[in-house]
Design a protein around this ligand. Structure first.
Ligand code: NI
Length: 208
């Protein structure tokens, strides 16, 4: 009797622990810190405007590089995420000639909504909206001095985590970022370059 009671208690405890472990393992929500790492492609919109009163048509080229994010869910369904990266280097075509380039660092902070956060769904989609600050550096132009002003703009985001276990998930995400920069050539204002890229990233999420 005593032995049976002990076994029952043991089994119940083990089962409860296993259930707690598994529900904790896949609990996805409040209190999660997360990072997402992957390969990101920055695709500027196709028409980037003109400079020098229409004399130069601007075409900012795609760039693929490593990127990562850091985030926190302070509510089951609400979190914040910062997109970070090493500076992306983009070639810039002027009237079709590859004669310019720039590096830019595009930190983007979004407030996110996770409709299935707090449930045990292994598919966790999200949407976000926020702000981008882009700092251009190392601008190059073979026919003069190019300077691109820093840009503040709005950003939107969609993404999904496909949970593998309690920590890891496959991730795919996309951002739309409004990046407009005033350009100067040889110190004289030359017009606005509209980059307005879509950033597509695929990789892994890790949460803890
Ligand atoms: Ni724009």
């Amino acid at each position: 009797m005593r032995k049976a009671a002990l076994s029952t208690l043991l089994i119940t405890t083990v089962a409860a622990a296993a259930m707690m472990t598994s529900s904790q393992a896949f609990a996805y929500g409040a209190g999660d810190f997360f990072t997402r790492v992957g390969v990101a492609k920055v695709v500027p919109k196709s028409d980037n405007g003109t400079l020098a009163g229409g004399a130069l048509s601007v075409d900012v080229q795609d760039k693929t590089d490593f990127a990562f994010t850091l985030g926190y869910r302070f509510h089951d369904k609400v979190g914040i995420e910062l997109l970070a990266a090493l500076p992306f280097k983009h070639d810039i075509h002027l009237n079709g000639d590859n004669i310019a380039s720039t590096k830019h660092l595009p930190p983007t902070l979004t407030l996110q909504y996770y409709p299935l956060g707090g449930t045990h769904s292994r598919v966790q989609p999200y949407v976000g909206a926020g702000i981008n600050y882009t700092r251009f550096s190392d601008e190059q132009l073979t026919i003069g001095d190019l300077d691109l002003d820093n840009s503040w703009g709005a950003a939107g985001q969609v993404g999904v985590d496909l949970l593998i276990d309690g920590n890891w998930a496959l991730n795919a995400a996309a951002w739309y970022i409004d990046i407009d920069t005033d350009a100067s050539v040889n110190g004289a204002s030359a017009g606005t370059v509209e980059i307005d890229p879509v950033v597509v990233m695929a990789g892994l999420s890790y949460r803890f």
